[in-house]
Design a binder for this molecule. Structure first.
Ligand code: AMP
Ligand code: GLY
Length: 428
């Protein structure tokens, strides 16, 4: 049955599969498209052979096919202005306009907005000249954080333990241009200690609804060891963010940013994702903002939202968002990312994935595809992060156990995953 609205989801990762999956369960039975999608989205939506940053191709498709709603997954098309382009054609988009997307696209802009709005964040200086940046290090203690201003695919932040590392980071960005134009300005920032958490806030230009707190696992190995990745797992709720902190996050962080942007003539609509550092004494600081759903946080947050999602996304566009539109299920959720051999370094593609049918039978578990493709009737790997296996449970322990029981049904030669998802919550 072709029913309901026509909805286009842009992106190809686990986050986008989770968005497509969640929309597919809405009572209005929408007809779904995903550009470019993966083998998981193909089961619920029509995949379109258009890359997420192919704005011209996406716009041409949308002008011809007139989706009732477009949901943008990744930051790159948002920072390139896809929401503005679509809106100019009368197309409804969930996601911020280009100026608003600078909250993620420029760490300098984001820091300026936070400072003007009085949002608690690490002190920072901005530099474009190497000698001045290096001299500025005298005003910071070690460790010190060096950040490229622009989008650097998650690699633009260096926590320097020594003066030498800090100077090397500054030179690599300003002199050697390792991040190209994204590193033409650097932020030197105070190091903040504590535990990280993610808050995905829905915003309609004026109002906000905070989705339940979650926590990502950025390092590749157990015990938070090894290099950073795009995220190896997540869980929600994250007890490091207490119920009592939520009003503070809303009143002192999210709403002040929305109002400060408004003052600058920028209307923020979509998800404003606050990456928080919760200090040992319960202090809250913003590390960064993202302008989209998190990956893999979405794979635990969306399964916890009850009722229909489409009216919530539409309320963000229409400026009619309110708390009573969003219901949160009491169950906890966890997701375990299965990554390809070698990830986050060079990794193989095209490896056969087995066990997906068995895994699909597990109740209250959902296998979200991230880097997968269909090849000759089989599902094969096509990315570093291959699957995000999510599960709900009456409590976090049962959610985690169910996610791992499902992971063990899946076979991918050489693949690896963390065995300690949610360890911080269990230690607490
Ligand atoms: P960002 O892209 O700004 O979130 O930075 C990426 C990661 O670097 C964060 O998730 C933190 O783990 C770390 N980080 C960034 N800024 C700081 C800071 N000021 N203090 C400590 N860690 C930081
Ligand atoms: N989970 C981190 C991010 O989505 O940026």
């Amino acid at each position: 049955m072709l029913g309901g609205m026509k909805i286009l989801v842009i992106g190809s990762g686990g986050r986008e599969h989770a968005i497509v999956w969640r929309l597919s369960r809405d009572s209005s039975s929408p007809t779904l498209f995903c550009a470019p999608g993966n083998a998981g989205t193909a089961a619920l939506a029509e995949n379109l052979p258009l890359k997420a940053d192919d704005l011209a191709g996406l716009l041409a498709w949308a002008k011809e096919n007139r989706p009732d709603l477009t949901v943008v997954g990744p930051e790159v098309p948002l920072c390139l202005g896809i929401a503005d382009l679509f809106a100019a054609e009368g197309l409804r988009v969930f996601g911020p306009c280009r100026d608003a997307a600078r909250m993620e696209g420029s760490k300098r802009f984001s820091k300026e907005v936070m400072t003007a709005a009085g949002v608690p964040t690490a002190l920072a200086e901005i530099h474009t000249k190497t000698d001045e940046a290096i001299a500025a290090l005298d005003r910071f203690t070690l460790p010190v954080v060096i950040k490229a201003d622009g989008l650097a695919a998650g690699k633009g932040v260096i926590i320097a333990q020594t003066r030498q590392e800090a100077e090397d980071a500054i030179r690599s960005m300003l002199d050697e241009g390792v991040f190209g134009n994204a590193g033409a300005q650097v932020l030197i920032e105070t190091f903040l200690d504590g535990e990280e958490a993610s808050i995905l806030a829905l915003v309609d230009g004026e109002h906000t609804v905070l989705l339940p707190p979650s926590q990502d696992h950025k390092r590749v190995f157990d015990g938070d060891q090894g290099p950073n990745t795009g995220g190896m797992g997540a869980y929600s709720p994250a007890p490091v963010v207490t119920e009592a902190m939520l009003p503070e996050i809303r009143e002192r962080i999210i709403l002040p940013v929305v109002r400060e942007l408004k003052k600058r003539g920028i209307t923020y609509k979509g998800v404003l994702y606050a990456g928080l550092m919760i200090g040992p004494g319960g202090s809250i600081h913003v590390l960064e903002f993202n302008v989209r759903f998190g990956d893999p946080e979405t794979q635990v947050v969306l399964p916890r939202i009850g009722g229909d999602l489409i009216p919530v996304l539409e309320a963000c566009i229409d400026g009619t968002l309110s708390d009573d539109l969003v219901t949160i299920r009491p169950e906890a959720a966890a997701t375990v990312v299965i990554a390809a051999k070698g990830y986050p370094g060079a990794y193989a593609k095209g490896t056969l994935i087995t066990g997906l049918e068995e895994a699909a039978k597990v109740e209250n578990a959902i296998v979200f595809h991230a880097g997968t493709a269909r090849k000759e009737g089989a599902t094969v790997t096509a990315g570093g992060r291959i699957l995000a296996v999510s599960a709900l449970g009456a409590d976090l322990r049962s959610a985690v156990d169910r996610a791992y029981a499902t992971v063990r049904l899946i076979g991918i030669e050489g693949a690896h995953y963390r065995k300690d998802i949610a360890h911080r919550a269990f230690k607490a």
